[in-house]
Design a protein around this ligand. Sequence first.
Ligand code: SF4
Length: 290
Amino acid sequence: MPDGAPLTASRLDGLSRAVLAWGARRDLPWRRTGDPWSILVSEVMLQQTQVSRVEEAFKRFVARFPTPRECAGAPSADVVRAWAGLGYHRRALALHRTAALLLERHGGRVPATRRELEALPGIGPYTARAVLALAYGHDTVPVDTNVSRIVARAVAGHRLRPAETQDLADRLVPPGRARELTQAMFDLGALCCTSRNPHCDRCPLVRRCAWQRAGGPDPAGSPRPQSPFAGSDRQGRGRLLAALRQASLPEDDVAGAAGWPEDRQRSARVAAALVAEGFARWESGALVLA
Ligand code: SF4
């Protein structure tokens, strides 16, 4: 594979096992509960506020509003008051409206589907996934900047588009272990795989990390610049994906579609990488979009 090791199921399994064995490292108040409302409150608070500032505010808020019913029944001024210290008070008002909608639409419970969660004020795909993983154990990892960095570095070895990152993050989850894996990934990003100067020497992924295998981080800690695009495997990969979006490709046409009619070996390698990463599959002798 041109960019890092192939993303086989066993490689993904090895990466997630290593993260799970390392485990979550921070004792945070919202991690001591499985209550979906409390977890939703914490995730809304964490959207734009640092963990250290959220800790006390979270405890105060859930003590005052332990369920959506108490929150919905309070004047909005009380909810905003309980939000003190967090900034971006519009989130408090959105949470207040959410509490009322939970009573109106869901019998006072936090729903367990993305569609229902994302229909609530101030809840986007990330927060919905966080609630599903952390409160309901759905097999997904919410991708914040920490998770995105780990997936790009350790799993892929290069920058990824958001949809690719989410797809890979979800493929890391062993069934039923989303909560543990998500918390451990958050902590790994905060404590080891930091944006600048990552602490690879104490990282549980150091022997499996695609970025390390490719020579390790540069001194600034940002991903190494990729090689020029023109003539690269990435360019052929892009051409193949574009062609596959139009139609399936018989095996004999793959080299031409990749832009290397004379180099079947190279096109086969790039096609194999697309299959290994789950973007394409072989069907009756043709490459098709997965
Ligand atoms: S080995 Fe270094 S770059 Fe790779 S995941 Fe760990 S901290 Fe990040």
